[in-house]
Design a protein around this ligand. Structure first.
Ligand SMILES: Nc1ncnc2c1ncn2[C@@H]1O[C@H](COP(=O)(O)OP(=O)(O)OP(=O)(O)O)[C@@H](O)[C@H]1O
Length: 342
């Protein structure tokens, strides 16, 4: 770090497939859905984040909403870069300045992305005046954000259930010892609900409604200690074409999500079976840590705990664990340089 350090602004970014979060000066200054709206005729991006999310499912032929990162990979480079640029420019403290200052950034990337995509993210960041850009893998950032000391010669298992992917990793001595990524996470849960409503209730609901159902009454098991109340859901009747309303209980949602959760359970079991014995012994004592928005699904911790016979802990504020970890790396760059990708 050089003499002109005081001129450099530092930001930490969690570039997620569902949400993008940015920390600047120890505060979360951006927390927005990773969505952009594009005008089809001009090709211009007209809105990003919350504003674009409001348009989802409600667009007309001239506007299209896109999720530039999908299934844990970058589906649309151009839109990803524009989104990142717009989010950075929206940071209140930077907005006031005439020019975007030189930036030192740590960006957390979905672990499914390729070398080429990584370079593309880095180049995008450099184009918004990123003078020093580091990337970090998601499970690492999640672990640091949870408060795990990843540098110790001790194994820890992190399960990060995001929007596009579930990342399972065993971390020790500042490295990922074994990991597994499955494309079953929050988005798939949402789609399971859309499918369930269509097939069981002849009710056509959009993704936004399905996500609401998931958050309000979603469950990973029918065996809940504090079950949520029934929820009335509106959509379009597939038979009559008219708007319709039905009441749904959490038990139905547990059934709808069962298959997907089984796949996550299997992936966790498989990773455990591939864990070297010394580290498995550590995990036996410390348990499993959950992060990511998907980990907030009711009863998921309990279900995983029953399956693995291990204690399972949900991170404090699981949606922010990754950006918190990324922010810690940024602040203590020297300590974590070894795990960052330059
Ligand atoms: N209370 C809740 N219960 C269940 N799911 C939730 C809850 N709140 C948010 N989610 C889900 O969490 C997901 C988003 O999580 P998160 O922001 O951690 O993902 P991401 O980091 O952007 O994605 P990825 O890790 O795949 O890049 C969404 O699918 C959202 O519907």
């Amino acid at each position: 770090m050089g003499f002109f350090d005081f001129l450099i602004e530092e930001i930490a970014i969690d570039l997620g497939t569902a949400n993008t979060l940015i920390i600047h000066n120890d505060k979360v200054v951006v927390d927005s859905p990773s969505i952009v709206a594009r005008d089809r005729t001009s090709g211009k991006i007209t809105a990003v984040g919350k504003e674009a999310a409001m348009m989802q499912g409600k667009t007309h032929e001239n506007i299209k909403t896109i999720r530039p990162l999908k299934d844990g990979v970058i589906a649309d480079f151009d839109a990803s870069e524009k989104m990142l640029t717009m989010f950075i420019k929206e940071i209140p403290a930077l907005k006031k300045k005439l020019f975007t200052p030189a930036l030192r950034m740590v960006i957390c990337i979905p672990s499914g992305i390729t070398e080429v995509e990584m370079r593309a993210v880095k180049e995008s960041a450099e184009r918004v005046n990123g003078k020093e850009v580091y990337l970090i893998h998601e499970p690492m950032a999640a672990a640091i954000g949870i408060g795990v000391d990843i540098m110790q010669p001790k194994g820890n298992m992190i399960v990060d259930i995001g929007g596009g992917t579930t990342e399972i990793a065993v971390i020790a001595l500042g490295g990922i010892v074994c990991d597994k990524s499955v494309k079953i996470a929050g988005d798939v849960f949402t789609n399971d609900i859309v499918y369930y409503m269509r097939t069981q209730h002849n009710l056509y609901v959009g993704e936004r409604t399905a996500e609401k159902i998931k958050i309000q009454i979603g469950a990973a098991t029918e065996d809940l200690e504090v079950p949520p109340d029934e929820m009335s859901v509106q959509g379009r009747d597939l038979l009559t074409g008219k708007p319709k309303q039905v009441n749904i209980s959490y038990r139905e949602i547990a059934k709808a999500l069962d298959k997907s959760i089984l796949r996550i359970e299997d992936a966790v079991m498989e990773t455990l079976s591939q864990t070297p014995p010394e580290l498995a012994a550590d995990i036996y004592n410390t348990g499993i840590y959950l992060a990511g928005g998907g980990s907030m699904l009711r009863g998921l911790d309990k279900r995983l705990s029953q399956k693995t016979d291990l204690p399972v802990y949900i991170a404090e504020d699981p949606l922010r664990a990754v950006v918190r970890g990324t922010g810690i790396c940024l602040k203590t760059l020297n300590r974590y340089k070894g795990i960052l990708i330059k």
